[in-house]
Design a binder for this molecule. Structure first.
Ligand code: GLN
Length: 486
């Protein structure tokens, strides 16, 4: 099967050359063929997906043209889809089945998209490599000895390997952008509030966002169109200006676009191959009339510390609900405190425990002011850096990560080395800004990503700029050899 694009498949569906049922069957074929090697998928319900595909075909025959109608989509396993298991990659939720749909899933279903699978992920979205799922790691389709990046490892690999043209992930500190860069696909972290988190298992609520993943910015725009809009069930949700420009997405005019290049993202620690490709990608925009301005984001070096203090604090609070009493896994013990302690000790993995301990420490009496409050202040400084930069530029361009996908096991014994992979993705999370990761080329046979960052609520402009870049380049259409052969 030729791996298609969401926009291309939509045209085929509208013209009657394709059926949703045939696309969904093809998704399951590919999963059966490749997933023993990649382990991107945790659960499927083939009968249900085929039933939904036939319903989509009926809507297509009746002339319905909604943007995602009939398209297969893979859902990260921390988003609820009624009746399917939702494990969040953790033993503690192994037996949990979703009693309701997340708002984003509900909206996709209403628009006629067809979920085909729940995707593997780092446990409770804590991780940068895809190695921390309790159900085993996901592998990078470009080199199965390397990590795919995390935490939305399975969702990204599903798109990269052609299981589906669209996927949903979540991004707290980089979890759609980093794996997208490592696996050669495109992913958007929208402005905080643009997509409802109702039905997304909470990790760090002041940072969590749902993020669409696809082969291109134009494909992402289809999914975003179906999911945006105020949700009364998430009090942080808000409307996105300019949604009507998403479909069909048009390339942004590049002439006169002011691109800020932050010095702090191009310093020590950035691998030469990554730097080279990101600079070349920026040059493509400059050749079309964009202007480069060097800018400074001076508090960038506080971002990792700030993120890991705030994130762990919120994690320690959000994850207290997994106690063996209300849902999921339970280890019986002689007493209630014993039951809770045994269940959590047995049901949660080491990275999750590390963060709960760290977060509980940060929030405890005597340390709260020194760590949590200080981190809140540093967060404001990081956000103000961006405000200042956007006084003189329209967009920022940076690498997504200092390096390419690393081999399995390279960083699992060194949490600090693992956290450093997020150095360029956590600052925008702290500031709540929209940002996008897209392919910029290959070094050592592995994909490299470029990150575009915009001011709050410029999500549509960001996608239009990425679309302009992708209309001029071909990095995003490359398929991993393993997926292309089959
Ligand atoms: N890698 C980061 C972390 O482990 C980001 C995770 C995420 O965005 N969910 O916290």
């Amino acid at each position: 099967m030729v791996v298609g694009t969401a926009v291309g498949w939509r045209e085929g569906l509208d013209a009657g050359d394709l059926s949703s049922e045939s696309l969904v069957r093809a998704s399951f074929e590919r999963i059966r063929h490749l997933d023993d090697r990649l382990h991107a998928i945790l659960a499927t319900d083939e009968d249900r997906s085929l039933h939904l595909a036939r319903k989509a075909d009926a809507r297509l025959r009746a002339g319905d043209r909604s943007p995602v109608l009939g398209l297969p989509i893979v859902i990260k396993d921390n988003l609820n889809w009624t009746g399917l298991p939702m494990s969040c990659g953790s033993r503690i939720l192994e037996s949990y089945r979703s009693p309701y749909d997340a708002t984003v899933v509900e909206r996709l279903l209403a628009a006629g998209a067809v979920p085909v699978a729940k995707a593997n992920m780092d446990e409770f979205a804590m991780g940068s490599s895809g190695e921390y799922s309790a159900f085993g790691p996901t592998r990078n389709p470009w080199d199965t000895d390397r990590v795919p990046g995390g935490s939305s490892s399975g969702s990204v690999v599903a798109v990269s390997a052609g299981y589906a043209p669209l996927a949903l992930g979540s991004d707290t500190g980089g979890s759609v952008r980093l794996p997208a860069a490592f696996c050669g696909v495109t992913a958007l972290r929208p402005t905080y509030g643009v997509l409802s988190r109702y039905g997304l298992s909470a990790m760090a609520s002041s940072l969590d966002q749902v993020g669409p993943i696809a082969g291109s910015a134009a494909d992402i725009a289809l999914a975003l169109r179906a999911m945006t809009g105020l949700d009364p069930l998430d009090s942080t949700s808000t409307d996105l200006p300019g949604v009507e420009r998403l479909v069909p997405l048009r390339p942004a005019p590049l002439k006169g676009l002011r691109i800020g290049v932050p010095t702090e993202y191009f310093g020590e620690g950035l691998e030469a191959g990554v730097r080279d490709l990101v600079e070349k990608a920026i040059q493509v925009l400059v050749d079309q009339g964009a202007e480069i301005r060097e800018v400074s984001l001076p508090h960038t070096h506080y971002a990792i510390d700030t993120y890991y203090l705030l994130c762990t604090s919120e994690v320690s609070s959000n994850l207290s609900r997994f106690d063996g009493v209300r849902y999921g896994h339970r280890v019986e013990a002689g007493s209630l405190p014993g039951l809770i302690a045994e269940t959590r000790d047995n049901g949660l993995g080491n990275e999750v425990k590390r963060r709960i301990l760290l977060g509980a420490f940060c929030l405890s009496k005597g340390y709260y002011e020194a760590f949590y409050m200080k981190a809140l202040k540093a967060r404001t400084l990081v956000a103000r850096d961006f405000d200042r930069a956007f006084e003189s530029v329209d967009i920022l361009a940076t690498p997504v990560s200092p390096g390419i996908a690393f081999p399995f096991g390279a960083r699992t014994d060194d949490p600090m080395a693992m956290y450093l992979a997020d150095a360029f993705t956590v600052p925008t999370s702290l500031a709540g800004l929209p940002c996008l990761s897209m392919p910029a080329g290959f070094t050592a046979g592995m994909p490299v990503g470029i990150q575009l960052i915009g001011p709050a609520f410029s999500d549509v402009m960001l996608l239009e700029t990425a679309h302009a870049f992708q209309s001029l380049t071909h990095h995003h259409v490359a398929s991993p050899p393993l997926a292309a052969q089959e």
